[in-house]
Design a protein around this ligand. Structure first.
Ligand code: ADP
Length: 272
C-alpha cells in the first residue's frame, strides 16, 4: 500500500456527460471495445531506486468488463497500489499498453491525465484523506467546486450523496467528529459525486474493524450496482475478496485468477 499521489482527490463533472468525455484527450479508437472498460497488455513497471532497478510487473495482462467488481489480493509490496495508480492515470507504465475507458492512459499529458481522472475515475484509499477543516458536506462537494460548479449546487449534490451513503445527519460534522466507517462513507461519496465510470478502491476497509469493514464493503457493492460502476478493489481481506465478481492475485509480477463467480449475480447486501 502506498499513499495517494499528490493529484488526489480529483475534481470531476457534475453529471454524466458522455459527449464531453473525449474532449481534452484522445480516445484510443483501436481499443475502444464497448464491453471492456480496462485492457492492459504487456505491462511492466520499473522504479529506479538507490539499490538499482525495481521491476514490478512481468508482461502483466488484465481485462475488466463493464460492470465487474474485481478484487485484487496479494502480498504487501506486490505492486497492487502501483497497478491501481497506473489504471487511474496517477502513474505511468514503463512498457505495455493500458486502455482505460477507451483511453490509452500512458499517452496522456499531465493535463490530459487530470481531465481523464476528473471524468472517469473515483478513487478511495485506505485512509480517507478528507480535509480536516471542512465539514463532511463540504468535503464531498470539493471535487465539484474544483471544476467550477456553483457552490449551492455542489453542496446540494453533496447532500444527496451523503444521504445515499447513509450520513445525511452527519453533514455538518468535520472528519474528526466521524467514526472510521463514517469517514470512509464520506470518502466514497466524494469519490462518486461526479459520477465516474470507474471506482478504484485501494484497501478501503484496511483500517476498519471487521464489522465496519463488512458494512463499508456492502456499501461499495450497493453503490457499484446502483450506479452501474466498474470497480476494482484491492484488499487483504479474502472474505470480502471472494464476494466480488472475480478475485485476482498479484504475485511475481502477474495476475492470476483465483475465483470466478461471474455467473452468480452480485448480491446487494447494503444495510445503510
Ligand atoms: P502493494 O500495494 O502491493 O503493497 P505497492 O504498489 O505499494 O505494493 O509497492 C510495490 C513496490 O514498489 C514496493 O516494494 C514499493 O516499495 C515500491 N515502490 C512503490 N512506489 C515506488 C516509487 N515511487 N519509487 C520506488 N519504489 C516504489
Amino acid at each position: 500500500m502506498t499513499s495517494p499521489p499528490a493529484a488526489a482527490p480529483q475534481a470531476s463533472r457534475t453529471a454524466r456527460e458522455p459527449e464531453s468525455r473525449a474532449s481534452g484527450f484522445q480516445a484510443n479508437q483501436s481499443a475502444a471495445v464497448e464491453s471492456s472498460v480496462i485492457q492492459v497488455q504487456g505491462l511492466s513497471k520499473t522504479y529506479k531506486t538507490a539499490r538499482g532497478a525495481l521491476h514490478l510487473f512481468e508482461e502483466l495482462e488484465l481485462e475488466v468488463e463493464v460492470g465487474e467488481l474485481v478484487a485484487i489480493v496479494g502480498q504487501s509490496g506486490a505492486g497492487k497500489s502501483t497497478l491501481l495508480h497506473i489504471l487511474g492515470a496517477l502513474d505511468t507504465p514503463s512498457a505495455g499498453t493500458v486502455t482505460c475507458a477507451s483511453v490509452n492512459v500512458a499517452s496522456l499529458t499531465a493535463r490530459e491525465a487530470a481531465a481523464f481522472r476528473n471524468r472517469e475515475i473515483g478513487y478511495v484509499w485506505q485512509f480517507h484523506y478528507l480535509l480536516p477543516e471542512f465539514t463532511a458536506q463540504e468535503n464531498v462537494a470539493m471535487p465539484l467546486l474544483a471544476r467550477g460548479t456553483r457552490k449551492a449546487e455542489a453542496l446540494d449534490e453533496a447532500a444527496n450523496w451523503l444521504r445515499e451513503v447513509g450520513l445525511e445527519d452527519r453533514a455538518d460534522h468535520r472528519p474528526g467528529e466521524l467514526s472510521g466507517g463514517e469517514q470512509q462513507r464520506v470518502a466514497l461519496a466524494r469519490a462518486l459525486v461526479c459520477h465516474p465510470r470507474l471506482l478504484l478502491a485501494d484497501e478501503p476497509t484496511g483500517d476498519l474493524d471487521g464489522v465496519t469493514a463488512g458494512r463499508v464493503f456492502e456499501l461499495i457493492q450497493h453503490l457499484h450496482l446502483s450506479h452501474g460502476l466498474t470497480s476494482i478493489l484491492v484488499t487483504h481481506n479474502m472474505d470480502l475478496a471472494v464476494r466480488c465478481t472475480r478475485t485476482l492475485r498479484l504475485e511475481n509480477g502477474r495476475l492470476t485468477q483465483i475465483t470466478d463467480v461471474a455467473t452468480k449475480p452480485l448480491q446487494d447486501g447494503n444495510s445503510c
